[in-house]
Ligand binder design. Structure first.
Ligand code: MTE
Length: 318
């Protein structure tokens, strides 16, 4: 997906201090009963501990039609453009420090907060393991066991206001640690978005681990999205901010090249990428398989896209 295109530099909005976070502190602590939980608003948490609970129990509802990818392949062949456009970035990604890790939840929510990832995981509870297929827009795929919890738990925790329609997610911005972010033609920080209805779908997952262990940096530590019915670029890594909004977010790749990377980005064998076909995929570890609509999760997600079953199949992607 390598694209070199000049973009004007924009300072990330997450560098500004959010006044409402300060203003809502007392309200939040009282209402959510979070006082003393290592949570602070508008500052760093008073303490942070590593995310625990590995390995979680596997949820048997999520099964695979293929063999699991080897842990070696899934952790050494990764896309994380913050560390470069090669797949072999796992050594460079070690420089990222993920503990403590401040996560902001803001926008159209009752109680904007900042909370350490490990505390957030405790609040959301219910860590489980799920086996998911994962299909990259570059036409390779893998199948892996993620540890984490439903994104719908975070939506409930955030308590979005009734006019919130989307959830916008953002990755850290630190060019000293992530050399790819010195490449100013990319619109850093990495941003992704889902509709709130997509975020509430049970398949939408926030992963904090892989193969029963804490997530390694190159796979998006400490917390990343996994939406297995969409192309892998939607599954944003190392999230620092969840913003509830009524405006459709413009994702990183969509901003770079909207003709190649749509907002919806549902896996679809019928919609070729402008530079390659999408009807089959190379399975990491060996072999090729046919690509399935919604990456095989049609039964679970097609209700979300009823209005897109028109003659123009491109609507599932763009
Ligand atoms: N998230 C961030 N922040 N930066 C990235 O470059 N790459 C995306 C996605 N999330 C990316 C990201 C792409 S293109 C894919 S295919 C998946 O992460 C890859 O996830 P994996 O490397 O864990 O397999």
């Amino acid at each position: 997906m390598y694209i070199k295109q000049k973009k004007s530099w924009e300072i990330s909005e997450n560098e500004a201090t959010c006044e409402s976070l300060y203003l809502n502190r007392r309200k939040l602590l009282q209402a959510a009963g979070l006082a003393g939980a290592g949570l602070m608003i508008g500052g760093t948490p008073s303490f942070a501990t590593p995310i625990s609970g590995f390995p979680p129990i596997r949820n048997s509802e999520y099964t695979l039609d293929r063999a699991l990818t080897s842990e070696q392949d899934a952790t050494t062949y990764t896309n994380f453009y913050e560390f470069g456009s090669s797949k072999n970035i796992w050594r460079k990604a070690k420089k990222l420090s993920t503990d403590p890790w401040l996560v902001t939840i803001d926008g159209l929510v009752d109680y904007p907060i900042q909370i350490d990832a490990s505390e957030l995981v405790k609040k959301l509870g219910g860590m489980e393991e799920r086996l998911y297929r994962h299909r990259c827009v570059e036409a390779w795929s893998m199948a892996v066991p993620w540890s984490g919890f439903s994104l719908s738990n975070l939506v409930k925790f955030a308590s979005p206001k009734s006019d919130a329609k989307y959830i916008r997610m953002e990755t850290f911005f630190d060019p000293d640690v992530a050399p790819g972010q010195k490449q100013s033609w990319y619109p850093w920080p990495y941003v992704e978005g889902l509709t709130l209805n997509e975020a509430k779908n049970e398949l939408a997952f926030l992963a904090v681990g892989l193969y029963g262990k804490a997530m390694q940096n190159q796979n998006g530590a400490p917390i990343r999205l996994v939406v297995p019915w969409k192309y892998g670029f939607k599954s944003i890594k190392s999230i620092t901010r969840f913003t509830f909004t009524n405006e459709r977010p413009v994702s990183f790749w969509e901003e770079l090249s909207p003709k190649e990377y749509g907002f919806w980005a549902n896996v679809s064998p019928w919609v070729p990428h402008p530079r390659w076909p999408q009807d089959r995929e190379r399975v990491l570890g060996g072999g090729y398989v046919k690509t399935q609509l919604y990456n095989g999760y049609e039964e679970e997600v097609s209700y979300l896209y009823k209005d897109k079953y028109t003659d123009d199949k491109r609507e599932l992607f763009y």
